[in-house]
Design a protein. Structure first.
Length: 656
């Protein structure tokens, strides 16, 4: 649904940090500035209103943010719901997914695989399922940047160097004070601020600390912390509203794994981490950051990393230049890895990206109608596609974040077809007619076996070919005595069938295009309906199959072909198979599941023919067989046939 309202739901619980809330506030604000209707919902928030100082985090200006309470959520039809919840519970995900398509941002919970579309703006820990998109460039990044990570630090030696300490809006591990004091007073081993002149560091950083704002009313030592920091010469700031604009002015940023770390990378400011817990430490290591460690022990280690201890009474603390060089090199590599190192203009914002999405998500399985798509495991994710497998019928189906970039016109049968098969559709016409002849043998055999058919012949029998293209199967059917009719979306192909082949053909999409009624006035129009490599192009194959059933006579034949996910390519490399699957293939079929699927729509499968055998695609031996047709090739071709490992297959069924 494109253009509908968007709901954003952030984490606001204790010890979830303030980054999720800040990002959600900024996102809603940016969406509304783009003209998109967007709302914020914070579970458990009383009166549906945030404190004014918290709203200031998002620079909301005079316009109040539209925050919805639980009672008003059902009044709108949402285009999609964005969950920035950190660890979404199963019950919560099921509830939201029953309302609209669900996008997860930096989701770290056990239900990560259940989201329709998954975005990691920050890289997750090792071993988690891959997202559709990993892009720190969609974070709200600074406008101002340094020239490089190795740029002179605010004027070089002796100048007023500045370091920023920021552990987010919440600072759940209360690291701001110990880290700031460790930086400002590296010689302090007594934990107080009364130092002799010898212990006062020389030629080191001027420290600025940002105190977290979201302490849920339980930080009773905020005033004492501020006084202690100021006594040590630390500049104290409250709130982060100006951080993004001025972060490039600092020579070093110390923070934990999160938004500020990647903002610093984009600004080309070296960043050193201290982790509030083991999870953040794992994230930091996986992304490649240098971390001083966890908690207060990590805070105490910072001076040993960035300062060189004086060797005598006359010498003061100096900077560890070797460490800063290695820190700059490491940060530069991380920035390059995540696309933050370039000098191009400010990247696309998260709001602009989401505003352009047009999620195409079926509320249930498109074949059997099973509604709990959260229970349908995700097989693979790609930037514009998610593939799920229905937990009931087993169908693999695709969800998209935008319409397929394919138009069914002339280019589809010439340029696109030639890239895939080495020749245009019309150049391949004789081979397609020959293939049609063998398919018609199966169809005629089924018609002759039909108990409701008095005449076993084919003369005058009506055949509908859905997605007939330029009509090779229509030609074969006409020569076999059928009375064929085609339906096709491409105007050029329809004209060719009508004018060159002189066979009835209608332009449009089945089942929305009206077709001629049965001459006898009965509701069953056709003896045969065929779809050759067409069924996978329908978003709602269940509706298509049921409509076909309405147009078939009792005992009539349904015949179609489609790619096979259980062929050698799908078995050996299923993710690669799905990655290469055309962007307009909404369903991925398998021979062993066809019987139960078609039975749901009123058909009985009579025959399955596995095709598309490619010994050269077998692992280990495949490369050596490419281009050859010798005994070894024939052996693996035989293996492929016996074990039904072809990459395509044909289905022949009758109306029950």
């Amino acid at each position: 649904m494109r253009g509908g309202p968007i709901l954003v739901v952030p984490a606001f619980e204790k010890r979830r940090g303030g980054g999720h809330l800040v990002r959600s506030l900024v996102l809603v604000r940016s969406l509304r500035l783009l003209g998109r209707e967007a709302y914020l919902h914070i579970p458990g928030l009383e009166n549906g209103a945030l404190p004014g100082d918290v709203l200031g985090l998002a620079d909301t200006g005079k316009e109040p943010l539209p925050i919805l309470d639980a009672e008003t959520l059902n009044a709108k039809s949402w285009a999609f719901i964005v969950l920035d919840r950190f660890r979404t519970s199963r019950e919560e995900l099921i509830r939201w997914s029953q309302t609209a398509p669900v996008i997860g941002i930096d989701e770290g919970g056990p239900c990560r695989g259940g989201f329709d579309f998954l975005m990691d703006l920050l890289p997750g820990p090792p071993g988690v399922s891959l997202p559709n998109i990993l892009s720190p460039r969609l974070l709200p990044l600074p406008k101002n940047r340094r020239t490089s990570f190795h740029a002179p630090r605010n004027g070089g030696p002796g100048a007023g160097r500045k370091i920023l300490v920021s552990f987010g809006a919440e600072d759940p591990a209360r690291l701001t004070v110990p880290v700031s004091l460790a930086l400002a007073l590296p010689g302090n081993t007594r934990g107080d601020t009364t130092l002799s002149e010898m212990e006062v560091p020389q030629d080191i950083f001027a420290v600025t600390a940002i105190l977290g704002m979201l302490n849920h009313g339980k930080d009773t030592n905020a005033t004492g912390s501020r006084e202690k920091l100021m006594a040590a010469g630390v500049r104290v700031m409250e709130g982060v509203e100006e951080l993004r604009e001025h972060i490039a002015e600092y020579a070093l940023v110390i923070t934990h794994f999160g938004l500020t770390a990647f903002e610093s990378l984009y600004a080309k400011v070296p960043v050193l981490l201290v982790s509030p817990g083991a999870y953040h430490e794992k994230l930091a290591k996986n992304a490649g950051f240098i971390s001083a460690g966890i908690g207060n022990q990590g805070a105490c280690r910072i001076p040993r990393l960035i300062y060189q201890k004086p060797s005598g009474r006359a010498a003061g603390y100096t900077l560890n230049e070797a460490f800063f060089a290695s820190l700059g090199d490491r940060c530069e590599k991380i920035a390059e890895r995540y696309g933050l190192a370039g000098n191009e203009a400010s990247p696309q914002s998260l709001g602009v990206f989401l505003e352009t999405l047009s999620l195409m998500v079926s509320p249930s399985c498109p074949v059997c109608g099973e509604e709990q798509r959260v229970n349908h495991p995700v097989l693979a994710r790609f930037p514009t596609r998610t593939y799920r497998r229905c937990s009931r019928c087993g169908m693999v189906y695709m969800l998209r974040s935008s319409p397929p970039p394919i138009a069914y016109e002339r280019d589809y049968f010439f340029d696109f077809y030639k890239k895939q098969y080495g020749k245009t559709y019309l150049e391949d016409f004789p081979n397609l007619i020959q293939t049609g002849n063998s398919r018609l043998q199966c169809i005629k055999a089924l018609l002759s076996q039909s108990e409701t058919t008095e005449d076993a012949g084919t003369s005058g029998r009506r055949l509908l070919d859905i997605g007939c293209a330029y009509g090779p199967f229509l030609v074969a059917a006409e020569k076999a005595g059928f009375s064929p009719t085609g339906i096709e979306a491409a105007e050029d192909a329809v004209r060719y069938v009508q004018e060159e082949l002189v066979i009835p053909c209608f332009r449009g999409l089945f089942p929305d295009t009206p077709l001629p009624a049965d001459p006898g006035g009965e509701g069953f129009d056709f003896d045969v309906v065929s779809l050759w490599y067409v069924i996978e192009h329908f978003e709602d194959p269940q509706r298509v199959l049921r409509e076909i059933g309405k147009r078939l006579k009792p005992g009539g034949v349904l015949a179609f072909s489609t790619p096979s996910f259980s062929g050698i390519s799908g078995r050996v490399a299923p993710v690669r198979f799905l990655d290469k699957s055309p962007p307009d293939h909404w369903t991925i079929w398998e021979p062993r599941r066809v019987n139960s699927i078609l039975k749901l729509c009123g058909f009985t499968v009579k025959k399955i023919v596995v095709t598309g055998h490619h010994p050269e695609r077998f692992p280990l031996v495949g490369k050596s067989l490419a281009g050859k047709r010798g005994p070894i090739y024939q052996f693996f071709w035989w293996i492929s046939r016996v074990f039904r490992l072809g990459d395509t297959f044909e289905i022949y069924a009758v109306k029950s």
